[in-house]
Design a protein around this ligand. Structure first.
Ligand SMILES: Cc1cc2nc3c(=O)[nH]c(=O)nc-3n(C[C@H](O)[C@H](O)[C@H](O)COP(=O)(O)O)c2cc1C
Length: 367
């Protein structure tokens, strides 16, 4: 029988919350893979997620998957979350994960203005965003109209309904990294003067409406995880909140709208978010919102993911200390799990020498 290694015990305590219980604290981070031809996840994708579940991952967050809007994703092999074929594919993913006792939520995604003109799967569709501005500030298209925003909100809610219908254990809304929801949050990409713009509380309005619509659609008991970040793919130094007070004001409307768990995306989990405290973004979010939080960023690796290079394995001691101090509740693991489906099992069994360094060739395959 497998025995939990004493040193890594904090990672293997059960997690309980109002709507979601998990056998341990490990979460597979959402990672775009591009292995779903015509937006349909197939058997290989289902087996890829099943391998993580059968090796002990507490919760799987799927790769970002496109809501029902023609310019939601960039690329023909990014999975979609609408249409019979794609939803059947996802139902099979859920079935495979549940069959081995795992839990899984889809990450609902719209890329907004990061989409380039002419990209598949709908080459003729233009990128859309709050003000039609790219992340570098160029005017590329017209701002979304209010009617278009209402439709977009409905598309998120429909995806939430479908997630529940096909058996997922909750949803995660992708509000991070400079994609659509984050483009509303960020002053550089949101210059609107209507109720979707203004100060940074005003700029949460789109997310609030998305969360409220999802909540109405799935009822009070279905978990809604919300992922956000300060940093953007185009600007690692960007900040939505410059201090704890601003972060509290940013989080409040999202909590009131119905978020159950915050997934606080950072590139290095050990970095303090604000001066004067060691708490990271997840730690501050837990403290200020009172909600459970997921931390993430270079767990077990010595190089962060946006360098797009390989990385060596490192000790988990710093992570375990923060977890033991209850700075955060759950830990998302990205590249380590992309490389090695058995990562969680090896850590639980104290086999740290067997952990695989991250090699970027793993991006080309579904290990
Ligand atoms: C190949 C790859 C694809 C990713 N795709 C997504 C995505 O679809 N959605 C998302 O929120 N984050 C995405 N991320 C970021 C990861 O979820 C995670 O936050 C990041 O890799 C840091 O964790 P790590 O250092 O453990 O890899 C991706 C990361 C990688 C490496």
């Amino acid at each position: 029988m497998n025995q939990t290694n004493i040193a890594t015990k904090p990672l293997f305590e059960p997690f309980t919350s109002d709507k979601l219980d998990l056998p341990n604290r490990t979460v597979m981070a959402p990672m775009t893979r591009g292995f779903s031809p015509d937006g349909v996840p197939g058997e290989d994708v289902a087996a890829y997620y099943r391998r993580r579940a059968e090796n002990g991952v507490g919760l799987i967050v799927t790769e970002g998957t496109g809501i029902n809007h023609p310019s939601a994703v960039s690329g023909a092999s990014i999975p979609l979350f609408h249409g019979e074929a794609s939803l059947n594919g996802w139902a099979e993913v859920v079935h495979e994960v549940h069959r081995v006792g795992g839990k899984i939520v889809p990450q609902l995604w719209h890329v907004g203005m990061t989409r380039k003109k002419g990209e598949l799967p709908n080459e003729e569709e233009l990128p859309v965003g709050p003000s039609g501005l790219t992340l570098s500030g160029e005017q590329a298209t017209e701002p979304l109209t209010e009617a278009e925003i209402v439709q977009m909100v409905e598309a998120y809610a429909q995806a939430a309904v479908d997630a529940k219908r096909i058996g997922f254990d909750g949803i995660e809304l992708h509000g991070a990294h400079g994609y659509l929801i984050d483009q509303f949050f960020w002053e550089k990409t949101n210059k609107r003067t209507d109720r979707y713009g203004g100060d940074f509380v005003g700029r949460t309005q789109f997310a609030v409406e998305v969360i409220e619509a999802c909540r109405r659609a799935v009822g009070p008991d279905f978990p809604i995880i919300f992922r956000f970040s300060q940093w953007k793919m185009s600007d690692y130094k960007a900040k939505l909140a410059n201090n704890p007070d601003e972060l509290a004001r940013f989080l409040k409307p999202l909590v009131e709208a119905g978020v159950d768990i915050f997934h606080c995306s950072t590139r290095r989990f050990w970095e303090a978010e604000f001066a004067g405290s060691e708490l990271n973004l997840a730690g501050w979010t837990k403290k200020l919102s009172g909600k459970p939080v997921i931390s993430v960023g270079s767990v077990g690796l010595d190089g962060e993911f946006t360098s797009f290079a390989g990385a060596n394995t490192t000790s988990l001691d710093g992570l375990l200390k923060k977890l033991e101090q209850e700075e955060f509740d759950l830990v998302a693991i990205g590249r380590s799990l992309l490389m090695d489906p058995e990562w969680v099992k090896k850590v639980r069994n104290g086999k740290s020498d067997d952990l695989l360094p991250f090699d970027k060739k793993a991006l080309q395959r579904l290990y």
